[in-house]
Design a protein around this ligand. Structure first.
Ligand code: MD6
Ligand code: FE
Length: 215
């Protein structure tokens, strides 16, 4: 597994959450400051914003994107867009570090050659949450999703392929990566409301990156 990784020595403890899901504890820790600096650069050009669902609810999580495509939602639906609806410009490019991190995490979980074309950046202020959903706006479900958590801890809900299936509760902390694909690619998942706290690097919020191959 990790012995094939080139470059940075990423120390990690792997927990398998399902046949196609690996939790790589601490995978992003060695790069945390550089990742945060890269996020700051992205959101200087494409600021965090709270989007509206097709049903008319304003999401509690604030979002931005980088890469060729970005995930957006508004009254007309959920979709990937090559441009930021706030300014009509392309999303900021995917930092090289992000591509390397996502590819390394996917490889460590058994998905070689993962090249994302979208990175959704989620910012959870205290109290923000994400209700149970499936990630199904991508075209190619053979490709996994790689998720990196930074800042305040959160409880991740990991359900089944049907909304009513029981969900595991998993504590995700700063530096953890979750890679998710194969038979688990369409499992329901969500995030419970983030509790108050202060992270020495990130401050009073949780950040989550999800890398996808949308097209
Ligand atoms: C989050 N993550 O952790 C929200 N989706 O903030 C997701 O919705 C997600 O972590 C697909 C795969 C992994 C994830
Ligand atoms: Fe998701």
């Amino acid at each position: 597994m990790g012995d094939l990784l080139a470059g940075i020595d990423r120390r990690t403890w792997t927990e398998r959450l399902g046949p196609g899901t690996a939790l790589l504890r601490g995978f992003a820790l060695a790069d945390d400051a550089a990742i945060c600096a890269a996020i700051d650069q992205v959101v200087a050009a494409a600021p965090f914003r709270r989007m509206t669902t097709p049903g008319g609810f304003v999401m509690s999580v604030a979002m931005s994107n980088c890469g060729p495509l970005g995930w957006v939602t508004d009254a007309s639906g959920y979709r990937y867009s090559a441009t930021d609806p706030a300014n009509g410009q392309p999303w900021p490019p995917l930092p090289a570090l992000f591509l390397e991190l996502a590819g390394d995490a996917a490889a460590a979980a058994g998905f070689p050659d993962f090249v994302p074309d979208a990175c959704l950046i989620n910012r959870y202020a205290v109290g923000a949450r994400m209700s149970l959903h499936q990630d199904h706006d991508e075209r190619d479900f053979t490709q996994p999703i790689v998720s990196v958590s930074l800042g305040l801890p959160a409880t991740f809900l990991f359900g089944g392929l049907k909304r009513a299936d029981p969900a595991q509760r998993i504590a995700l902390t700063h530096g953890d990566a979750v890679v998710w694909g194969g038979p688990d690619r369409l499992r329901y998942h969500g995030v419970l409301a983030v509790k108050a706290g202060e992270h020495p690097l990130v401050g009073n919020c949780r950040l989550n990156l999800t890398f996808r191959k949308a097209r």
